[in-house]
Design a protein around this ligand. Structure first.
Ligand code: NAD
Length: 250
């Protein structure tokens, strides 16, 4: 299905991005991994997927520019790297705010602006941005994250319109709660911010949002990304696809 297509998946050394990379690879795409992590583990992933790893830290626009130049044109761009911080707004560390906006939002702008010319030249491209249920609705104590994800939705719609006649689509995938290291990492802060136990955070805060009462599986997100890359999805653009167990239907 995707043989001959080159895909860059940011934040693909872990969690959702890794599952998207594996799903695109299973359809024959050439994969460029990106993300932080243990060098041996990353080498293992490269071997598994016959992939390259671009080690740019996406907090740094100059590093993004160097990475995009080094890997060359991509047909599929999955902007997935993201981070979270949980804190009341009045205590929110300003450096965390800046970092979350830089990674979750500005990096999406930089990779996109650098990938689009080649996609337009080819008359084919797929831009998939991992947003979040928090691009459509909010929860307290996640001000930077929710602001960044709402902005990614607006950015995606804008470029979808700009690229509408060029054969390039741009869409968001918006998961609800998916059990990944990102979620694991926010549990202690959520326990502190809300005065709850770990089990209460999982059942009364996280899964309480999802009518299906189960975490979204990373493979389910990989399958949706593959669909968006199909020829049949050529008229699907500017959409924000929920995969959230019904959360945002409520
Ligand atoms: P994760 O923590 O498992 O993975 C994050 C990835 O981003 C890793 O590969 C990490 O190395 C990479 N990364 C982090 N900082 C980076 C940087 N400065 N430069 C380059 N790479 C960097 O998280 P995840 O849960 O798989 O999240 C992936 C995306 O999905 C994020 O955008 C997140 O906001 C979004 N999301 C996650 C959930 C969830 O429940 N887990 C829900 C909705 C949306």
């Amino acid at each position: 299905l995707l043989a001959g297509r080159r895909a860059l998946v940011t934040g693909s050394t872990s969690g959702i991005g890794l599952a998207i990379a594996r799903a695109l690879r299973a359809e024959g795409a050439e994969i460029v991994l990106n993300g932080l992590g243990d060098a041996d583990e990353i080498a293992g992933l490269c071997e598994e997927m016959d992939a390259r790893h671009a080690d740019a830290n996406l907090l740094d626009p100059a590093a993004i520019e160097a990475m995009m130049g080094e890997i060359g044109p991509v047909d599929i761009l999955v902007n997935n790297a993201g981070m979270q911080h949980v804190s009341p707004v009045e205590d929110f560390p300003t450096a965390k705010w800046d970092a979350i906006i830089a990674l979750n939002l500005s990096a999406v702008f930089h990779t996109t602006r650098l990938a689009v010319p080649a996609m337009k030249g080819k008359g084919w491209g797929r831009i998939i941005n991992t947003a979040s249920a928090h691009s459509k609705t909010a929860s307290p104590f996640k001000s930077a994250y929710n602001a960044s994800k709402h902005a990614v939705d607006g950015f995606t719609k804008t470029i979808a319109l700009e690229l509408a006649t060029s054969g390039v689509t741009a869409n968001c995938i918006s998961p609800g709660y998916v059990w990944t290291p990102l979620i694991e990492g926010q549990i202690p802060d959520t326990m502190a911010a809300r005065g709850l136990t770990r089990e209460e955070v999982i059942n009364d805060v996280l899964l309480a949002k999802q009518p299906t009462k189960r975490f979204v599986q990373v493979e389910e997100i990989g399958a949706l990304a593959v669909f968006l890359c199909r020829e049949e999805a050529g008229n699907v653009t500017g959409a924000n696809w929920s995969i959230d167990g019904g959360w945002t239907a409520e």
